[in-house]
Design a protein around this ligand. Structure first.
Ligand code: NAD
Ligand code: IPM
Ligand code: MN
Length: 347
């Protein structure tokens, strides 16, 4: 069981350290961790955010535990050299097209949600976000028009096979949960979304037991705060899924709680918190490591098929939160290491 640990930038190393402590505490026979450089720190060391040696190392592993990338010092670089290209490159190179971002209200966090407690307590949803296409990977540029004005442009597109495979992931997930799938698009304006909707409806024929609905993304953003309990599984494109998942995180208390799994057709998976490198709090021991610890649990479940060990981690996190273990993001005072300690004690 070879795991690549790519801690990255900002709070990435701080939160990854806690997740690694939790993994090591399980004493899993045969588990080996390999560290690699990625993001702005890799650019500074090797001149590239995703060095060839990192890519080669991860290709020899069974799964990746990823922290975060992003460094304000690098925001002026040419786009292909920016830290974010490391995570986008890994997702594309490894065919990690299916991004699972679960959001559930932990007991004891009712008052930490940005929503009223009775609204928040009903939240148990899964965002299935497409990760290899959309406006993220289309042709783009900044050009000068004939009249001398600069114009920025990006291309949004989805091919039907790309929609079909993520729709299957959404339907299968819904089948294993409460049987409800909501496909989120902007088909009233975008042709990309019209095709998305058409293909999702075609795929639905294979899943008569799943109740399919469609929602425009603007309405979905509103419904997510009005009545988030209505959602079971949401399937959506890369851009909409990015935005809605950050929003969902505050509905359950903090972006420092939301884990994710990025899966391919094979067994390789990448596991990371949904948050970024948080330069505003980096290096101060203030970051909440729970999203990364919960990502490690997803790694055990999805890539190593260690369901019991995954549940042990999740139970330890739930107990810690129920006992009032909180960092600043949840209105508490504990730092990164203390939160990690609290999870380890309960593990
Ligand atoms: P961010 O998620 O890094 O931070 C947003 C806000 O949430 C900040 O106020 C931050 O302090 C807070 N926050 C985030 N994670 C937290 C945690 N674990 N505990 C407590 N507070 C937390 O988003 P941003 O500020 O828009 O982006 C910063 C950098 O991260 C950018 O360079 C961006 O491109 C990058 N980014 C990377 C990833 C990734 O690696 N997958 C994801 C998102 C953003
Ligand atoms: C995320 C991040 C990334 C994304 C960035 C850093 C490229 O926001 O993982 O949610 O937009 O997918
Ligand atoms: Mn994001």
């Amino acid at each position: 069981m070879k795991i690549a640990v790519l801690a990255g930038d900002g709070i990435g190393p701080e939160v990854t350290r806690e997740a690694v402590r939790v993994l090591e505490a399980l004493r899993l026979p045969g588990l080996v961790l390999f560290e690699g450089d990625v993001g702005g720190m890799a650019y500074k060391r090797h001149g590239h955010p995703l060095p060839a040696e990192t890519l080669e190392m991860v290709r020899g592993c069974d799964a990746i535990l990823f922290g975060a990338v992003g460094d304000p010092d690098c925001d002026g670089l040419e786009r292909h050299l920016r830290p974010e290209q490391a995570i986008l490159g890994l997702r594309k190179e490894l065919g990690l097209f299916a991004n699972l971002r679960p959001a559930k209200l932990f007991k004891g966090l009712e008052d930490a949600s940005a929503l009223r407690p009775e609204v928040a307590s009903a939240i148990d949803l899964l965002i299935v976000r497409e990760l290899n296409g959309d406006v993220y990977f289309g042709e783009k540029g900044i050009r000068t028009l004939a009249d001398g004005r600069r114009q920025g442009w990006d291309t949004m597109s989805y091919a039907e096979d790309e929609v079909r495979r993520i729709a299957h992931v959404g339907f299968r997930a819904a089948k294993g949960r409460r049987g409800k799938l909501c496909s989120v698009d902007k088909a009233n304006v975008l042709e990309t979304s019209q095709l998305w909707r058409d293909v999702v409806i075609e795929v639905a024929k294979d899943y008569p037991e799943v109740e399919l609905s469609h929602m425009y993304v603007d309405n979905a953003a509103m419904q997510l705060v009005r009545n988030p309990g209505q959602f079971d599984v949401i399937v959506t494109g890369n851009l909409f899924g990015d935005i809605l998942s950050d929003q969902a995180s505050m509905c359950v208390g903090s972006i420092g709680l939301l884990a994710s799994a990025s899966l391919s057709e094979g067994t390789m998976g990448l596991y990371e918190p949904i948050h970024g490198s948080a330069p505003d709090i980096a290096g101060r021991g203030l970051a909440n490591p729970l999203a990364t610890i919960l990502s490690a649990a997803m790694l055990l479940r999805h890539s190593l098929h260690l369901e019991d060990e995954a549940t042990r981690i999740e139970t330890a996190v739930a107990k810690a939160l129920a006992d009032g273990v909180r960092g600043g993001d949840l209105g508490g005072t504990l730092g990164t290491t203390a939160i990690g300690d609290a999870v380890l004690e309960r593990l």
